[in-house]
Design a binder for this molecule. Structure first.
Ligand code: MN
Length: 263
């Protein structure tokens, strides 16, 4: 099995560098893969599938032309990205907290915003905006109001960064542990926090965190058979291994894996 996991690309028509990094990555890495998982925040914002612009459609064509299976979990910025646009990309839309059955082990996949449970106000907003009735009412608003709301949410997010503590913007590991136990998984892959790394959790569990796409590069997770590797890529396409999870994890996790580390 050859899989790729990425998240937090924040693609935007104004960021040609990110768009080029994405196309380059698909050419270089995507074509060798069997599955590509995009774990949220593919775009910087999304106001609804029917608002897709020429730029969005060109990204959709790039994805559709990539001859691998593609899966998408919505992020906090593109939670409105739905089946219609996924179909254009040839992607399967998955729910947050999807469990991937992988040769006898179970891997939890999510964007990560739902795990930042110390940010009570955000979790409240997240529940509010996920209600089917609210989604339906939102979709009835005229396009200019939806765009205005989207830019307002972006501004608020920028302001909030200065008022929220680092703990609030990170995953609450205690709640993640409960969720992983409930779902009987030992490995969790997520993005959102922009803190790429690996965190060994009590009970031989691990969380692998993808990075966001920046001017100086991005991080992705590569799965070759059972081996999971977190890799940094720079804009020129040079890659550097940050962390490799042994194939027999969680059985052999007592040795060099100990500790918790951000890359
Ligand atoms: Mn996010």
């Amino acid at each position: 099995m050859h899989r790729l996991f990425i998240s937090d690309l924040h693609l935007d028509p104004s960021r040609e560098d990110l768009t080029a990094a994405f196309t380059g990555f698909l050419e270089r890495r995507g074509r060798q893969a069997e599955d590509l998982y995009i774990l949220g925040d593919l775009f910087s914002y999304w106001t609804g599938d029917r608002d897709a612009s020429g730029y969005h459609l060109s990204v959709a064509r790039t994805l559709r032309d990539l001859p691998v299976r593609k899966f998408f979990i919505p992020g906090n910025r593109d939670f409105l990205l739905g089946r219609r646009f996924c179909a254009r990309c040839g992607m399967t839309l998955l729910q947050d907290n999807t469990v991937l059955e992988d040769n006898g082990r179970r891997i939890l996949l999510c964007h990560g915003d739902g795990l930042c449970t110390l940010d009570v106000a955000y979790q409240k907003f997240r529940r509010f905006r996920s209600r089917p009735l609210n989604l339906m009412l939102y979709s009835l608003l005229p396009r200019f109001i939806r765009l205005r709301m989207a830019s307002r949410v972006r501004e608020d997010a920028r302001e909030e960064k200065s008022t929220k503590t680092p703990e609030m913007m990170d995953v609450c590991q205690a709640d993640l542990l409960t969720l992983m136990e409930e779902l009987d998984t030992r490995i969790c892959i997520h993005g959102h926090t922009h803190r790429p790394g690996h965190h060994l959790l009590p009970g031989n569990m691990i969380r692998l965190v993808l990075g966001d796409w920046r001017r100086d590069g991005f991080e992705f997770l590569l799965q070759e058979d059972r081996r999971l590797s977190l890799i940094h890529a720079d804009p020129a396409g040079n890659e550097r291994l940050l962390f490799a999870l042994p194939e027999d994890f969680p059985a052999g996790a007592s040795g060099p894996l100990a500790g918790t580390e951000d890359c």
